[in-house]
Design a protein around this ligand. Structure first.
Ligand code: ADP
Length: 254
């Protein structure tokens, strides 16, 4: 069966004054996949994401999300996507349950805060305030809030930056769970282990251009087929494995 395209970006260009940050990007995201935009800082990942999210004006090109054209129907696109807020968007003195109820009200969607917090391992923080959460808890909460309007696609911009290894792995599992429930996930990251673990396909973006697009295995096979070999023999474990082995997989932050 042909996979359905849920996002189609074609010849997307974004100029900031004289500077062209996005130089004619084209890619498609299939329904139900985890699609990654990878690249160094300044590559144009966030700009691209924010244009698709209707939060930033494009200079030219076309974007279609779930059958809606960005120029014609930005309001329809907003209804089918879930976007992470900057942390400043969370009123510091409201409890997590109150924040979720408030967002549910804004989206005009019935929502069960306790059930949503439970899915994100935050049940015991239900009555805590956002400012009282650890870094990992804040990230989990911010991903939970992307689901309040029952979106078909969520966008995660560097969701694990600044987290410790346990919190990162716990977030990866949650992202897989969100996808398993049928939501398409578009993620930006500059952590290649994260992309390799999570992404079905990824685009490598550099200086506003896509320089490769494939599954992680496909990209690795392409490189190996050019005769590339790692200089040193690969170790059977890395330092992160040592850290996780010694300190355990459980989250410590509650
Ligand atoms: P990434 O998310 O890959 O780090 P960004 O999309 O944030 O990249 O930025 C791409 C380029 O566009 C960078 O060189 C950045 O400095 C520039 N840029 C981003 N936002 C603006 C803006 N509002 N005004 C001018 N330049 C910007």
């Amino acid at each position: 069966m042909e996979k359905k395209k849920i996002i189609e970006v074609s010849n997307l260009v974004k100029k900031y004054g004289e500077f062209t940050a996005v130089k004619g990007l084209s890619f498609e995201v299939y329904e139900g996949e985890i699609f990654g935009l990878l690249g160094p800082n300044g590559a144009g990942k966030s700009t691209t994401l924010e244009i698709i999210e209707t939060l930033r004006e494009k200079t030219s090109g076309t974007v279609n999300v779930d059958g809606f054209d960005l120029d014609q129907s930005p309001g329809e696109i907003k209804k089918v996507i879930g976007v992470q807020l900057q942390s400043s968007g969370y009123y510091p003195n409201l409890k997590l349950t109150e924040l979720i109820e408030m967002f549910g009200g804004l989206y005009n969607q019935p929502v069960d805060p306790i059930q949503l917090l439970g899915m994100f391992n935050l049940s015991d923080k239900a009555h805590a305030k956002y400012k009282e959460l650890s870094g990992g808890q804040k990230q989990r909460f911010s991903i939970a809030t992307t689901l309040i309007n029952k979106p078909r696609i969520i966008f995660l911009d560097e969701p694990t930056t600044g987290l410790d290894p346990q919190a990162r792995r716990s977030l990866w599992d949650l992202i897989l769970e969100v996808r398993a429930q049928g939501t398409t996930v578009v993620i930006t990251t500059h952590y290649m282990d994260e992309a390799e673990f999570l992404c079905d396909r990824c685009a490598i973006v550099d200086s506003g251009e896509i320089i490769a697009l494939n599954s992680p295995d496909g990209l690795i096979d392409q490189l190996v087929s050019t005769g590339f070999e790692r200089k040193k023999e690969v170790k059977k474990a890395n330092l992160e494995d040592v850290f996780i082995h010694l300190t355990g997989k459980e989250l410590r932050e509650s």
